[in-house]
Design a protein around this ligand. Structure first.
Ligand code: WTA
Length: 635
């Protein structure tokens, strides 16, 4: 018997030990007992981090949508699978049962086929948080097409880069989206993007805001009439365990975004198993993750993990501040939400509003509170715990990444005693290690180092789309035979982990990972800009915000600096999206550089954080004089 549902701390330790000593037996039992296979595997695991090559459940055949939908129909057909809560509280919610989801996914899958999409084709999904988003994801999985969801807040340039990188044949979108009191012209963004994407032959458009948009003859089609005409049944494509399920782009410290590739069986097993345990989900619970499906959190813990467990998963279209900052709590009350999973940036924004907006609503249904996306600071942790959780709902501070596919370090609620700001213990099957800069593993407790993982888990990304070399270089080259996360962490006296943040040039702003290089590239496009360097600095709500140091091509020329700042932020918004705009822009005479020409960001980070008492070793600088000038004019 596998331990699918862990309920006590001793059980956690016992299962954990088994998962480390006999990982193959452990995962085989979980896979065997809790999923639907068309054919069982020949081999549970083969791996070699030096190549790197990782295969789980090789030889097995399955379709993930049969696991997420079909197998529930006999017992849960009328249970709500997706509970859609619209942007406006005045619009009714929509309960989509497992039966209805089955029909809608099958119809959509048939539409994809009619439009020429086949197994292995890439489909770009640029859809706001409406049911069609989850349904299109599942429809792709039904026929074995590889979905590439792009967050519908990215700009047309960012969208085009992602479409071209993975050669998508089709784009699914909507006429527009609601975001609080605003509407966004999504179709217009797609039209702009597609001017750079000659290989996209078809655009399917869902109607959401009923705006008057242009449809391009021969390319664009309204989705609804196609769905209406499509048959209700679409046989699930039988997939190999290691067939790609999806691509999801994440920012790197340099270069273009990385299309992380997740495959089918291991991803399914791990997201389902973590979902069950990390949220202690029980039949009839209502679970709500506030993330967007455009991010990994939405893929794994709005769509696949919950549906694989036959859960009811809430999908919220709107924002926490509309019509007021009580909206999250109003939704919790309205739907009797039991598990609530959000990001520290949202918690901080809501905590600023005071307690009245929380106390106005009955939150007694809440059992588990989750946090993800960045380190949660102590103040926010306590507010969440005391004001929202009334000290009775454990906080699961869950650490993981787009690359890991599922939650890696986390408390299990009612099992692991929590500790503010600590993600606590590795999840079942996860073998973390802390390394010092020379690559030595730090043994024992009370140590701090770079966080690596020593052994594969089922949902690790298998490659970067079209660039396996970069995958190897980024994750498996820093330390021999280990997956390097890019994060720093400490381990306390009892072995609990606390994530201290990124140790590379990725900055997390409001929970969104941003690489500095693409932002700098965007800024450098401005004709007045010679050079730029972006660093993060602490921000009350966003966690980190962006500080740009910019040198101008013609510093002597008199210019309206505020105008220039606006133009630069507009460029960033156009190239990447509004999430990447800079909070502060300082025009400087020069940037501190090492003799080899590298910008010394360490110093710039300290200045931006107003932490200049000790700038560390500056003796290797080529131009130490600029440092004083930058400090004197710091914002
Ligand atoms: C950070 C989001 C501290 C971390 C699921 C990681 C966290 C990056 C936590 C991945 C947490 C995520 N505590 N830091 N609980 N969760 N992070 O790919 O730096 O969007 O490397 O995946 O977010 O972000 P991504």
């Amino acid at each position: 018997m596998s331990n699918y549902h862990i309920k006590h701390l001793e059980e956690y330790y016992q299962v954990y030990r088994k998962s480390i000593r006999e990982p193959e037996n452990f995962w085989e039992e979980v896979a065997e007992e809790h999923f639907m296979w068309r054919k069982k595997w020949d081999n549970v695991l083969s791996w070699d981090f030096s190549k790197p090559e990782i295969k789980w459940f090789e030889g097995a055949e399955l379709n993930i949508t049969e696991n997420c939908i079909d197998r529930h129909l006999a017992t849960r057909g009328d249970k709500t699978a997706i509970l859609f809560e619209p942007n406006s509280p005045d619009e009714p919610s929509e309960h989509i049962t497992y039966n209805q989801l089955h029909k809608r996914v099958n119809k959509f899958a048939n539409v994809l086929k009619q439009q020429g999409i086949k197994k292995g084709d890439r489909v770009c999904i640029y859809v706001p948080m409406i049911p069609e988003l989850a349904i299109s994801v599942l429809a792709c999985a039904r026929i074995g097409a590889i979905h590439s969801v792009v967050f519908a807040g990215f700009s047309s340039t960012a969208l085009a880069t992602r479409i071209n990188d993975s050669d998508c044949k089709m784009v699914i979108t909507a006429d527009g989206s609601y975001r609080g009191a605003k509407t966004i012209d999504l179709k217009g963004i797609v039209d702009d993007a597609l001017e750079q994407c000659p290989d996209v032959k078809t655009v399917l458009v869902a109607k959401r805001i009923h705006s008057d948009i242009k449809m391009k003859e021969g390319r664009d089609q309204w989705l609804q009439p196609l769905l209406d005409a499509a048959p209700d049944e679409c046989k699930a494509e039988i997939m190999d365990a290691e067939d790609p399920l999806f691509i999801l782009y994440t920012s790197g410290s340099t270069g273009k975004p990385k299309g992380m590739v997740h495959t089918t069986a291991g991803y399914m097993v791990y997201t389902a198993y973590t979902f069950k345990n990390v949220f202690q989900y029980r039949e009839n619970d209502v679970y709500w993750c506030t993330a967007d499906i455009g991010w990994i959190t939405g893929h794994s813990y709005i769509v696949y993990g919950p549906l694989a467990n036959g859960a009811t998963t809430v999908m919220f279209e709107g924002v926490p501040s509309y019509p007021d900052f009580g909206r999250f709590w109003q939704i919790v009350e309205k739907h009797n939400v039991n598990q609530f999973y959000t990001a520290p940036t949202a918690i901080r924004a809501l905590a600023k509003q005071g307690v009245e907006l929380v106390e106005k609503y009955d939150l007694s249904s809440l059992k588990v509170l989750g946090s993800v996306g960045e380190p949660i600071n102590e103040e926010a942790w306590h507010w969440y715990n005391d004001v929202v959780g009334k000290n009775k709902s454990p906080i699961v501070d869950s650490w993981w990444q787009t690359e890991t596919g599922g939650i890696m370090i986390t408390p299990i609620p009612f099992v692991t005693p929590t500790k503010p700001t600590y993600a606590t213990l590795p999840f079942i099957g996860i073998q973390p290690a802390l390394l010092d800069e020379s690559g030595e593993e730090l043994k024992g407790n009370q140590v701090e180092g770079r966080l690596c993982i020593k052994f594969p888990w089922p949902s690790i990304a298998r490659t970067i789309w079209g660039n396996h070399e970069r995958y190897k270089e980024t994750y498996f080259s820093a330390y021999e035979n280990k997956y390097f996360t890019g994060d720093g962490a400490m381990r306390d006296e009892v072995g609990y982990y606390r994530i201290t943040g990124r140790v590379d040039d990725v900055i997390i702003v409001s929970g969104h990972n941003l690489g500095t290089a693409p932002i700098e590239d965007a800024i450098n496009e401005h004709p007045a800009v010679a050079e730029s360097a972006i660093v993060g600095f602490p921000h009350d709500i966003k966690g980190s915000a962006l500080y740009g140091y910019i040198t101008l091509t013609n510093p002597g020329e008199s210019r309206d600096h505020n105008n220039l700042r606006k133009e630069i932020n507009q460029l960033i918004s156009d190239r990447i999206g509004p999430i990447a705009k800079l909070d502060k822009i300082q025009f400087t005479q020069g940037l501190p550089k090492t003799r080899s020409g590298k910008i010394m960001r360490r110093i710039l980070r300290k200045i931006a954080s107003k932490d200049t008492s000790n700038l560390g070793d500056t003796s290797t600088l080529l131009n130490p004089e600029v440092v004083q000038d930058i400090m004197d004019n710091a914002l």
